[in-house]
Design a protein around this ligand. Structure first.
Ligand SMILES: [Zn+2]
Length: 354
């Protein structure tokens, strides 16, 4: 055999041995990826379209959507950590052997983008230009939202350790041991994050055709963050919204509540039947959008008035009364809202919001 040809063949074999069965790149198991059972459930909501949710045995953050096309696959949102993305690569082999060649980040929040680093350089990672800039500036790994959720993990572990020490029966002890293991895994997994910014950006719309599959990536204005992309599948009438919509009340800590209402109004003009939200189950009932618009409008009005009246944000968070919306959001039991949304409204009014 010709020397060059045998070398070529050798490289070729090494390349293939470096790929695992599902044609995803071979990868080391990242830190914090130990778990028992299945980390995800895959719900097929259209031909080759899967709504993917975490089961709770591993912290995965958001939902994702896998769209399997003729030759490859598209993933919407990459979960919270390299460990979560590794788990998805492993478990998706039960669904398809097609490689993910496109990843769409709906917005910059850590629980939607921190699996990005697990993809090879030639995979297109797509987001709105504002989201790309926020990730590139390091905003997915700092600030109020990150500190509140990820920064608090060590405190949560010590609280659980105290509860374990105080537990008397074996079954309670085992519950706390499991929770501590989960949180320690979570900490290890998020410590391994090196934020990776998207390599493809858009401002208003992008469109891809994969065989018969048409995928539109659209921006309707600011809302949950400053760069929320939605993914629309017109043939299947499926809309993937990230956290612009949720089965409950979306997080407001980085939001533009007043603009969000208008963004949702524009989004409602699309012809869809199923919404796949960033958290929770698929939504079939379009009225849920109206309910959330009403919530946002009321919340904005009350928070703005509190600031005009000189009420401190902490106190305003106790006083703002959203119980009028309790029939749509059963978690609302009494007056009071999360401080993060109130702080955000105050910053927007002061011109200090980032
Ligand atoms: Zn979010």
């Amino acid at each position: 055999m010709n020397k060059w040809f045998s070398r070529y063949l050798f490289c070729f074999l090494v390349f293939f041995m470096g790929c695992n069965q599902n044609n995803q790149p071979s990868m080391e198991k990242p830190p914090g990826a130990d778990y028992d059972g299945q980390a995800f459930t895959f719900q097929e909501v259209g031909d080759g379209i899967y709504h993917i949710k975490g089961t709770g045995v591993l912290s995965v953050g958001c939902n994702s959507t896998l769209i399997v096309n003729e030759r490859d696959a598209v993933l919407v949102d990459s979960h919270i950590s390299p460990a979560a993305m590794w788990a998805l690569f492993t478990e998706m082999t039960a669904i398809t052997d097609k490689p993910i060649r496109y990843v769409i980040n709906t917005h910059f929040h850590f629980d939607h983008v921190h699996g990005n680093q697990m993809f090879p350089e030639d995979v297109k990672i797509i987001s709105h230009t504002n989201t790309r800039d926020m990730i590139a500036a390091g905003n997915s790994k700092r600030g109020r939202s990150y500190d509140a959720f990820i920064g608090r993990i060590p405190d949560r572990i010590s609280e659980l350790e105290q509860q374990l020490a105080a537990a008397t029966d074996d079954s309670t002890k085992s519950v706390f041991r499991d929770r501590i293991r989960l949180q320690k895994n979570y900490k290890e997994a998020t410590d391994a994050v090196m934020p990776r910014a998207p390599n493809e950006r858009f401002t208003e719309r992008l469109q891809y055709k994969f065989g018969d599959r048409l995928i539109q990536i659209l921006f309707f204005g600011r809302g949950h963050t400053g760069g929320d992309a939605v993914v629309f599948l017109p043939e299947e009438k499926i809309l993937i919204t990230g956290d612009l919509l949720s089965t409950g009340i979306s997080y407001l800590g980085d939001a533009y509540p007043e603009e969000w209402v208008r963004t949702l109004e524009r989004l409602k003009k699309l012809d869809f039947e199923t919404i796949l939200p960033g958290h929770g189950d698929p939504i079939e009932d379009r009225e849920k959008i109206d309910h959330f618009q009403a919530y946002l409008t009321d919340f904005w009005k009350q928070a703005v008035q509190m600031r005009k009246d000189g009420v401190e944000a902490d106190e305003a968070a106790k006083r703002i009364d959203m119980t009028a919306h309790a029939s749509h959001y059963p978690r609302i039991k009494e007056a009071g809202v999360s401080i993060f949304g109130v702080q955000r409204v105050y910053e927007l009014m002061e011109g200090t919001a980032k």
